[in-house]
Design a protein around this ligand. Structure first.
Ligand code: ARG
Length: 721
C-alpha cells in the first residue's frame, strides 16, 4: 500500500496537468496534489480527506458496486440506494409478473414491509487497497509472453477470493497500465437487497433504444433499492428480520439546481477503456470486429423483438436480455462511426510516432510497433470467425447452454474424476439449466439458430468452417443458400434435444452417460462449432492476446517513463474512480448548439401515445398538464429539468454513479454517454465528450408526485440552499 502511494505521488503529482481538461478516471485513493489543485480550481469545495480516507468516513463510503456491472450510491442513514433504472432492470423484471407488472407500471414501497427482496442481487463496499505488484511479477517471471493472457487471470484469481475469517469479504487483484502495476481491492458484499421504488418503464426507459447513447435525452433512468444487514451489524443473506444498513457516509441531495459551467464530480466503477490501443488494434476493430458483432446482434435482436411484441409475458421474459444486447449493438455501431469520423487511426499513428521518437536509442523499445503490426496481422484472418462463434452461434441461448455442458462431458469422460467432482459438475449443470430455461423463448431462439448458422456459412472463410457439418446439412436438409434449409435443421434441433425440458434433462443428468450427451442434437451442434475453433484456431488467439499484452505492457512501461511528472490515469478496469468536470453545453455539428439541460417540455415534444418507446404514463401527462411540479421545478427553466450533461470522463459500469456538486451533494445520476463521442473507450474527445445525467430533481418529482412515495423523500437529506 505504502509503496504504491509513494510511486504514484511521483507519477501523479509532479509537473503540470497535461491531459485535456476533463479527461481522466482517477484512482480516488491516489489523487495527486496537482490533480486535487485542479479540482479546486474548477470549483471543488471539499478537502482531500472528504473525498477519500481509509480511516475516517468519506464520500467513497457512500459508493457501491451495484449488482454485476453498475454503480449505486447510499442516500440515507438507512441504506437507501439510488441507481439507474437500466441497472435495476433485471431485478425489476424478475420481480414482475403479467399481473404485477412493475416493469410496465412501476413500483413504490410505502413502508419497509412492502419492499421486495431481490435474490441474486448484491452490493459491494470498498474496504481496502493494497499493492501486490511485486508478488504478481514474481509469478509472471517464468511465463512466456505468448502465454501471458492465458496464465495471468489464473495468477490473479489465486491471489483473489474469500478473506479468511471474514465470510462477507472478498478481494480481487486488478491490473493497471497493462500489467505494470497490480492492486488488490477488498470488498464487503451485502446480499440482502430489496427493491424500494421504480418508475414505469415508459419513464425509466423513455426513448428506448432510439434515444439510447444520445443527447438530447428525456429518460428518467433511476430505480431505488435498500441494503439490509444482520441485527449484529454484519452483512447477511436475506433474512426477514434483517435491519437497514447503517452507512459510514450517505449523500445529501441538492434541489438547488444547476448552471452551465457548474463543477461536477462523478464517483463510480467504470468498466473498461483501452486508451492506449494501437492504430493496428483500432483498424482491426473498425474493419472486422465491430461490424461483425453489429450484424450478428442485429439479426438476433430482430428475432427477439418479433416475439416480444406478440405477448407481454414474452416481453417480460426477454426484456432484460434484449436491453443488454441492444445497448452494445448500438454502442459498437456508433463506436465505429466515431472512430472513423475522428480519424482515430491517424491520431494513434501520431502518438506512436512520438513514442518512437522518444524511444530512440532505448533498445528495449526497438521495433515495438512493427511487432504489434506483425501480431495483429497474424490474427486478422481468424478474427471474424471468433466473433461469429461467440456472438453468432453462441448468441443462440440454447447453443450457449449446450456448450456450457462441455464441463460435464469432461468430468464424465475423466476416468480419474472423484465422486465429488462428478456431483459438482452435475449440480453446476442443473443450476445453469434453471437459469437458462427461465430466459428461454423457443420461438425466437429457433429463428436465431437458423439465421446464425446460415450467416456463419455465408460470411466465414470456407477453410474455417466445420465443413463436415455443412456437407451433412446440404445432403440432408437442402441447399446452403436457402433459409428453409437452416430452418428445417433448427426445428429438428429444438424438437429432439433433451435440453429444453426439466424432466428430460434430469433424466440425462441421472447417469454419467457421455454417449447420450453426445447424441443430443443441440449438444452435438454446439460442440461441432466450439471444437472447430478450439482445435484449430484458439492457439492463434492465445498467441495474439498473449503477445499483444506483452507488447502493450512494454508500451505502457515506456509511456509511464516518457510522461514522468505528468498526471496520468490508468485505463478503467471496474475499480473505483473519480472524474471531475463541469456541466456544459456543446456544439455537436456545424451551426447546432445543444443546451446543457432537457426538460419535461421536451418529453412532450417526443411523446407519441401508444408508441413502444415514446409513450408516457397517463399520470405524468396529467402532472405536466397541471404543471404540478412542487419544489422540484427549476425556476430558470420554469419547468422540471429531466437531465443534464457534463464534461466528465466516464464509461459503462459508471451507470448509476452519483453526480456531485462542489460540496459533495447529489445533483444527478450518470446514465449514458453521447453519440458524438462513442469512440471514448479508445480516444477521449476533449471537445465533444459528454456524460448524460439524470437530474435528481426529476427523480424526486417522479417519486413524490407520480409515485406518491413521500416516505422516500422524507428519508433523504434535502439541501435547499
Ligand atoms: N447506454 C446506457 C449505458 O450503457 C444504457 C441505457 C439503457 N437503455 C436502453 N435503451 N438500452 O449505460
Amino acid at each position: 500500500m505504502k509503496k504504491i502511494i509513494a510511486l504514484f505521488i511521483i507519477v501523479l503529482s509532479l509537473g503540470t496537468v497535461k491531459v485535456k481538461a476533463d479527461e481522466g478516471m482517477w484512482l480516488v485513493q491516489l489523487i495527486g496534489d496537482k490533480t486535487y489543485a485542479d479540482m479546486v480550481k474548477r470549483g471543488l469545495k471539499l478537502s482531500k480527506e472528504q473525498l477519500y480516507s481509509m480511516n475516517k468516513s468519506s464520500i467513497k463510503d457512500a459508493i457501491v458496486i451495484f449488482g454485476g456491472g453498475c454503480t449505486g450510491e447510499i442516500v440515507s442513514k438507512e441504506g437507501l440506494i439510488f441507481t439507474n433504472h437500466h441497472c435495476g432492470y433485471d431485478a425489476i423484471a424478475s420481480s414482475s409478473s403479467v399481473d404485477h407488472n412493475y416493469l410496465k407500471d412501476g413500483f413504490w414501497a410505502k413502508t419497509k414491509k412492502e419492499e421486495i427482496p431481490c435474490p441474486g442481487l448484491s452490493v459491494q463496499f470498498l474496504v481496502k487497497i493494497e499493492d501486490v505488484t511485486d508478488a504478481v511479477n514474481a509469478k509472471l517471471k517464468d511465463i512466456k509472453p505468448a502465454d501471458y493472457t492465458s496464465k495471468l487471470p489464473g495468477i490473479l484469481n489465486e491471489m483473489s477470493g474469500p478473506v479468511a475469517g471474514e465470510p462477507s469479504m472478498e478481494s480481487r487483484v486488478a491490473s493497471f497500465f497493462k500489467g505494470n502495476q497490480f492492486l488488490k481491492f477488498t470488498y464487503e458484499r451485502f446480499k440482502d437487497i430489496r427493491m424500494v421504488g421504480a418508475p414505469p418503464e415508459s419513464i425509466g426507459k423513455f426513448g428506448g433504444d432510439t434515444d439510447n447513447w444520445e443527447w438530447p435525452r428525456h429518460t428518467g433512468d433511476f430505480s431505488i433499492f435498500r441494503v439490509y444487514m444482520g441485527a449484529d451489524g454484519k452483512a447477511s443473506d436475506y433474512k426477514a428480520d434483517n435491519v437497514p444498513y447503517v452507512p459510514k457516509h450517505f449523500l445529501p441531495v441538492s434541489i438547488k439546481g444547476l448552471n452551465d459551467g457548474d463543477y461536477a464530480m462523478i464517483y463510480g466503477y467504470p468498466g473498461g477503456t483501452n486508451r492506449y490501443e494501437t492504430s493496428y488494434g483500432v483498424k482491426l476493430k473498425i474493419d472486422i470486429e465491430n461490424p461483425s458483432l453489429v450484424n450478428l446482434r442485429d439479426a438476433r435482436l430482430k428475432c427477439m423483438m418479433a416475439e416480444m411484441v406478440k405477448d407481454p409475458a414474452i416481453k417480460l421474459q426477454l426484456a432484460s436480455s434484449y436491453a443488454g444486447i441492444a445497448n452494445y449493438w448500438k454502442f459498437f455501431d456508433g463506436e465505429t462511426k466515431q472512430l472513423l469520423k475522428h480519424n482515430v487511426i491517424a491520431q494513434k499513428e501520431k502518438e506512436e510516432a512520438a513514442f518512437v521518437t522518444w524511444a530512440k536509442g532505448k533498445a528495449e523499445y526497438d521495433n515495438l510497433f512493427t511487432e504489434v503490426d506483425k501480431v495483429v496481422s497474424a490474427w486478422r484472418p481468424y478474427a471474424k470467425g471468433r466473433v461469429y462463434l461467440n456472438e453468432g452461434i453462441m448468441g443462440s441461448p440454447l447453443m450457449s447452454f449446450a456448450s456450457s455442458l462441455k464441463a460435464l462431458d469432461a468430468a464424465w469422460s475423466n476416468a480419474n474424476a472423484k465422486p465429488e467432482d462428478l456431483s459438482k459438475a452435475v449440480a453446476t449443470a442443473s443450476a445453469s439449466f434453471d437459469r437458462f430455461i427461465k430466459g428461454e423463448n423457443v420461438a425466437s431462439d429457433k429463428n436465431i439458430l437458423a439465421i446464425v448458422l446460415k450467416m456463419f456459412n455465408k460470411d466465414i472463410d470456407a477453410t474455417q468452417q466445420p465443413s463436415a457439418f455443412y456437407n451433412m446439412l446440404k445432403t440432408n436438409y437442402g441447399e446452403l443458400d436457402k433459409d428453409e434449409t437452416f430452418q428445417k435443421f433448427a426445428k429438428e434441433v429444438f424438437e429432439k434435444t433433451a435440453l429444453l425440458s426439466k424432466d428430460n434433462f434430469m433424466a440425462l443428468l441421472s447417469k454419467p452417460d457421455t454417449a447420450a450427451l453426445h447424441k443430443d442434437l443441440a449438444f452435438k451442434t454446439a460442440k461441432i462449432f466450439a471444437d472447430n475453433f478450439n482445435n484449430n484456431f484458439s492457439k492463434y488467439f492465445t498467441e495474439y492476446t498473449g503477445n499483444s499484452f506483452a507488447l502493450a505492457n512494454k508500451y505502457l512501461k515506456g509511456v509511464l517513463e516518457m510522461k514522468k511528472g505528468q498526471a496520468i490515469y490508468p485505463d478503467a478496469n471496474f475499480t473505483m474512480r473519480v472524474s471531475y468536470g463541469n456541466v456544459k453545453s456543446y456544439v455537436p455539428r456545424d451551426a447546432v448548439k445543444y443546451k446543457e439541460i432537457c426538460t419535461l417540455n421536451g418529453v412532450m415534444e417526443k411523446y407519441k401515445p401508444g408508441d413502444y418507446e415514446f409513450d408516457i404514463p397517463a399520470k405524468l401527462l396529467d402532472l405536466i398538464n397541471k404543471k404540478d411540479y412542487g419544489q422540484y421545478i427549476d425556476k430558470k427553466a420554469n419547468d422540471v429539468v429531466v437531465s443534464f450533461i457534463t464534461t466528465n470522463d466516464i464509461t459503462g459500469g459508471n451507470s448509476g454513479s452519483p453526480v456531485l456538486n462542489a460540496k459533495g451533494e447529489l445533483i444527478g445520476l450518470a446514465f449514458d454517454g453521447n453519440y458524438e463521442a462513442l469512440s471514448h473507450k479508445i480516444a477521449f474527445d476533449g471537445e465533444l465528450n459528454r456524460t448524460i445525467c439524470l437530474d435528481v430533481r426529476y427523480l424526486l418529482f417522479v417519486v413524490d408526485k407520480l409515485g406518491g412515495a413521500s416516505n422516500i423523500i422524507n428519508e433523504l437529506q434535502l439541501m435547499k440552499m
